[in-house]
Structure formats: C-alpha cells, structure tokens
Design a protein around this ligand. Structure first.
Ligand SMILES: *[C@@H]1O[C@H](CO)[C@@H](O)[C@H](O)[C@H]1NC(C)=O
Ligand SMILES: *[C@@H]1O[C@H](CO)[C@@H](O)[C@H](O)[C@H]1NC(C)=O
Ligand SMILES: *[C@@H]1O[C@H](CO)[C@@H](O)[C@H](O)[C@H]1NC(C)=O
Length: 436
C-alpha cells in the first residue's frame, strides 16, 4: 500500500515543479507495443521529469529530459512475420502462441540483461524514483526495479494477460470476460466459457512454471543470486496502465490499481493535438477519391508481401472491381498485376489515413492499435485476425457492430474477402456494418 501511495504521489505531482527520475524498460522488440509507450515516456519528459528509456527503437526527436538507450537496434520485429504462419488455425493454436510468447520473452530478457545500455546504467550507480516497464511475456525487468530499490508501474499494450490479473487482485470472471487468447466476445456459449476457463487457469500456471522460472535463472546469471522470485516481485506492482478502452474491449471490474488508457497514443503530444502527418502525395490521393478509399494494412510485424500469389491475385482481382480507390501497406516497391485503383506504400501515418473522411473501410488484422484508431475515426473494419490478441479484438469489433471478421485460412481458398469485395458487399458494409 505504501508503494501504491508513493506512485500515486509521483503521478499526482506531475504538474508540480519537482521532477522525478524515471527509468523506462521496454525489452520487447515489437514496434506496435513501443508506439504506445513512447508517447507516454515523451510526455513525462515534456512535463519536466528526467526520463531514461531502454528500448529497441532509437529516438529521433530531441526532447529535453528524454534519454533513449538502444538495447539492440537490429532486433526489431518489424515486418518479421510470414503470412504462411497463419494459414491454418487450429483450436489449440493459442497454446502454441503461448510458447512463442514465452520464447520471445526469454530472448528479450536475455538480450536486455546482457545489453551494454543496461549494464552501464547499473554500473553508473544512477538512482531513480520510479521504473516503468512493459507487462507482457516476461517479468524479468522487475529484478531491475528491485535492484534499484524503486517502485514500478506496468504498461500493457493490450488487454491484460491471464497472469497479470492476480498480482493486482483483479477479479477473474471467465464466464463473461474472454481471455485475451480466445477469439470470443462477452457473448460465449457454454463450451466457449469452459474453454475460456481452462485457458485462463492453465496459462496462469504455465506462466509461473515456464516464464517465471526462465526469468529467474537469467536474472541469477546476469545479476547474481539473492533476487527474489519474479512472481513475488510482481506482487509489488504499484499500478498497471492498460491500453484498452471499455467501448471497444468490453467492461470488466478493475481495481483502482488498474487504469485504462486506451487511445493514449492517438495524440501527437501531451497537448492532445491531432497534427496530421499526411504528406502531399497521400493527401492528394485521399482527397481525390470520389468513391472513397479502402485502406488495407496488416500491421507492422506481418509482411503482406509474403501473401501467396494465388491469394494476392484473388484479392487484387476483387479490388480491381471496386469503385473505391485502394491504399495498401505493402513492403515491396512493386506488387505484381497491380490494378489502376490500387496504391501501395511501405508505411503510412495510419491514424491520419483512417481519420480522412474519404476512407470508407479498413481491411486489417485486428491489431489493437489499428482497431482503436478505426474506432476513434469511426471506420468499419474487415478484420482478418492472425495471432495474439487479434482474435479477441476482431470478436470485440464484431460484437459491437464496428466490423466483421474473416479468417486467414479462408483467405487461403480466396473465398471470403474476394467474394465480399466482388459482390460489392464492401459498399454495403460502408452503409451498414450489421449487414455482414
Ligand atoms: C538537441 O537540443 C539541444 C538544445 O536545444 C542542442 O544543444 C543539441 O545540439 C540538439 N541535438 C540534436 C542531435 O539535435
Ligand atoms: C552478451 O554481450 C556480449 C557483448 O556485449 C556478446 O559478446 C555476447 O555474445 C552476449 N552474450 C549472449 C549470450 O548473447
Ligand atoms: C519484391 O518483390 C520481388 C518480386 O516479387 C522479389 O523478387 C523481391 O525479393 C521483393 N523484395 C523484397 C524486399 O521483398
């Protein structure tokens, strides 16, 4: 409790002239995660605190009070995923995903503990008032907070994982709160509720057995013996800020130590401004689309370029029949058989694209950033979830009438998306998402 009060004092005194020394530890190399944490750390520096951040992403802006130390610049997961991975989803796939997360967690823990950046900080004897770290697939960084003897706040880029609930006394209700890994909404059948319960309980156990053990042994290897079990350290969590919003992800009982901050990253700075980052070419393309625009992006990690030729051509043929223009996040300079109405770009300021009034529909993978941006800008989504929380987000969108869901395996037979498009149903979706 005293730690909680200490952190509360830190948070509540943001507007006082007293500045705190804050250490942000973000060992996971997923760019979409860091896109949520970066504005928070920047805003803290802009508010006058001395902020040091360890991450995989160098900082290009020059903000007084913000120091970003790079763990390993070459290890970003940007465009790292092959679409072939997601062709055939089976009912036990989320257990395979658990182990994928586990392995990523071990890797990022090891890399960060062994990084020059972290070693320098620990060796320098610098003191801090607070650690802010990601709560995701490893609790390895809690050992750093312990070593520095400071309270810590967890940031979660998605709905909390089953293993985050107990550490802050968050109630578990598998009867109506779907676990992140399941593609369910609140509206579950008996079998789905049972599956949800099994997933929740088994993941909590598995996390303790695999992830905590691995973190403990790496911590001992790099920081020496005598540091408590990370499972015990986790119980000292002062606060969790989670990037969800009940309007999209559903309501649930939250203890005062869990705060929803969904959409915090939507604004360019702590002044809550929405400066558009559209360049002239993109702006012209969007402005001149009299029949509207279909925007396609499967996120930062998936390479759309790895789409098998048959599927890609199926989608392109269907797109060619649309009256709309199409904007597609595509990592290659070229796309074979490109119809005239399709325009490709390797990366786009997504929120600004989605909030452009000409954008009528968003074909997405159901990542939380894109889903939140679509909700914010009021654009219906055709979600094709592939991994992780995307099934959950897609179910949330569908449940609330904000979008429809298709499956990647189905796309394999070039069935649903091309046939939806071909039948002109996209236009129907633009008018009424409930139609689908
Ligand atoms: C950052 O800003 C400071 C002070 O405004 C300036 O002295 C420094 O040269 C700048 N650094 C870069 C890399 O722009
Ligand atoms: C730890 O880092 C050093 C250099 O910084 C490197 O040579 C070594 O291979 C790393 N160890 C592991 C296990 O990655
Ligand atoms: C771009 O596409 C071409 C032809 O499909 C392929 O040969 C090339 O390797 C791709 N480039 C990248 C960077 O993926």
């Amino acid at each position: 409790m005293s730690r909680f009060l200490a952190v509360l004092a830190v948070v509540m005194s943001l507007h006082l002239s007293h500045s705190f020394r804050i250490l942000g530890l973000f060992p996971h190399a997923g760019e979409s995660h860091y896109q949520i944490f970066q504005p928070i750390m920047k805003a803290l520096a802009e508010a006058g605190h001395e902020v040091t951040v360890l991450s995989h992403f160098p900082e290009r802006s020059n903000i007084t009070g913000l120091r970003v130390l790079v763990i390993d610049e070459h290890k970003s997961l940007m465009n790292a995923m092959d679409l072939a991975l997601f062709e055939n989803r089976r009912p036990y796939n989320h257990f395979l995903e658990f182990f994928m997360l586990y392995e990523w967690g071990v890797g990022s823990c090891q890399k960060t503990l062994n990084s020059t950046a972290l070693k320098n900080i620990l060796a320098s004897g610098e003191t801090f008032d607070l650690v802010i770290t990601e709560f995701f697939n490893t609790d390895c960084m809690l050992a750093i907070a312990h070593k520095l003897n400071v309270p810590f706040i967890g940031l979660s880029s998605c709905t909390l994982m089953p293993w985050h609930l107990d550490r802050v006394g968050m109630p578990n209700f598998p009867s109506y709160i779907p676990a992140l890994f399941m593609g369910y909404s609140e509206d579950m059948s008996f079998a789905e509720r049972l599956g949800n319960w099994i997933t929740l309980q088994s993941f909590k156990l598995a996390y303790r057995f695999f992830n905590n053990r691995a973190a403990n042994s790496l911590i001992e290897e790099y920081l020496g013996p005598g540091i408590p079990d990370v499972g015990e350290l986790a119980k000292r969590t002062s606060l969790i800020m989670v990037n969800t919003h009940h309007s999209l992800s559903g309501t649930k009982p939250l203890p005062p130590s869990v705060v929803e901050i969904g959409g915090v990253y939507l604004f360019s700075s702590h002044k809550n401004t929405l400066d558009s980052k559209l360049d002239a070419e993109l702006k012209n393309f969007l402005d001149s689309a009299d029949n509207g625009v279909i925007y396609i992006s499967w996120g930062s990690m998936i390479k759309a370029d790895t789409l098998p030729a048959a599927k890609r051509d199926g989608i392109l043929q269907a797109l060619a029949m649309q009256p709309q223009k199409v904007l597609w996040k595509w990592e290659n300079d070229t796309i074979p058989n490109k119809p005239d109405n399709v325009f490709i770009r390797k990366w786009m300021p997504q929120r600004d694209v989605l909030c452009h009034p000409k954008v009528r529909v968003f074909m997405a993978h159901g990542g939380l950033l894109g889903s939140s941006e679509a909700a914010y800008c009021g654009v219906p989504v055709i979600a094709t979830p592939m991994y992780g929380d995307q099934f959950f987000n897609a179910a949330s969108l569908k449940h609330r009438g904000m979008g429809v869901r298709t499956f990647c395996g189905c796309m394999a037979r070039a069935c649903r998306i091309p046939s939806l498009l071909a039948a002109g149903r996209v236009s129907a979706l633009i008018i009424d998402p409930q139609l689908m």
